[in-house]
Design a protein around this ligand. Sequence first.
Ligand code: ZN
Length: 399
Amino acid sequence: MDDIQVFTPKGKGIILPKGATALDFAYKIHSKVGRHAVYARVNGRLMSVKTVLNCGDCVEIDTDENSRPGADWIDYVRTKSAKRHLRSYIQSVLNNEYKRCPLCQPLPGDKVIGFKADDGTITLHKHNCSTAMASPQGEYMSDIEFYVDDHFLYRVRVRVVRRVEHYDYRTDEFELGNLIIEKLMLWRSNRTGAGVTTYIIHRPTSHIVEYISDFDVHSVNEVDSIIKSISAIEGVDKVHRVDVEQQVICTTMKNLAESDINRFIEAQEVPYFCGYKQALKEVKNGRKINHWIWYIFPQLRCLGRSSRAHYYGIADRNEAQRYLEHPILGKRIREITEALLEHKDKTALSIFGGIDAIKVRSCMTMFDFLSPDDIFGEVLNSFYKGERCKITLKVMLQE
Ligand SMILES: [Zn+2]
């Protein structure tokens, strides 16, 4: 006796409790119709979805895929199913503001589970998060939908792997590295606010070049589409999303590498055109041709803009000191600097080119600061009119 019957435009009868609204009707048809409802046509007239229906009404719901439930809709529904859907939606919106597990970092579109702590905060995990499984904390919640929300971006990391016999700057960094960055930039151009960072790491011992890209996405679908487009680049062997559990390992390896002075030895030992032997030969000839500046004349990391400049950047005064005192690196930097001093008749610009001439000055400023009686000051006097790199001096003085 408390029910009413209304009809779809095709004449199908729908039973609803008395006082039900067009929203109840929409959710009864399908949860998607409810979620994306914009307005109702009741007996052919355009009405709000909050309109209370009467017995015998013919109801049609207009939807828009971009439309989302209003915050107050829960107050305008009578049916249990509509209430349940709206509660779950509200929860999912809250989830976006709630905690994501810092280790598995779920994305909208991933299958997720949640744990509700005593204080009410919910932490979302990927359904197979090993940490969550090992030490579940709080009340388990299985039926959570992690909806895509256009207002939320999530940082993800993708690792691209290329197998190489020998690292070749031109192919591995310049061509392939740029192609990857281009794909990401193109993708980003359609998404305001999304950031992109790419690092290139060469692991000579394992014969791989890695491209680690961090960027922002709305959902797991977006990550998948990027992975697909990067996989299509010729020369790419493997692309995959990196979980933070793995990221921690990557970061540790990277930090280790960056603080390990042997990264310079590794780079200088590269055969063909980029190693120390070749660099010395080119400096002796009075003209740099190949790309080796970062690890032959290193400068402070804070001055670098590219991933290589960062990787081969000298972290601080201590590392610069260790470089100078290193039996091989210390000997080589002095040997190649001496070779440079044979060309006092030339300009740094003609030997190194504009950008690298500036890097050499920063390098010489750094080493001259630590070892003023060495030969580095002579390069500054002969090629740079005694002018030092101001930023290098400032950093060296600060420490
Ligand atoms: Zn987790």
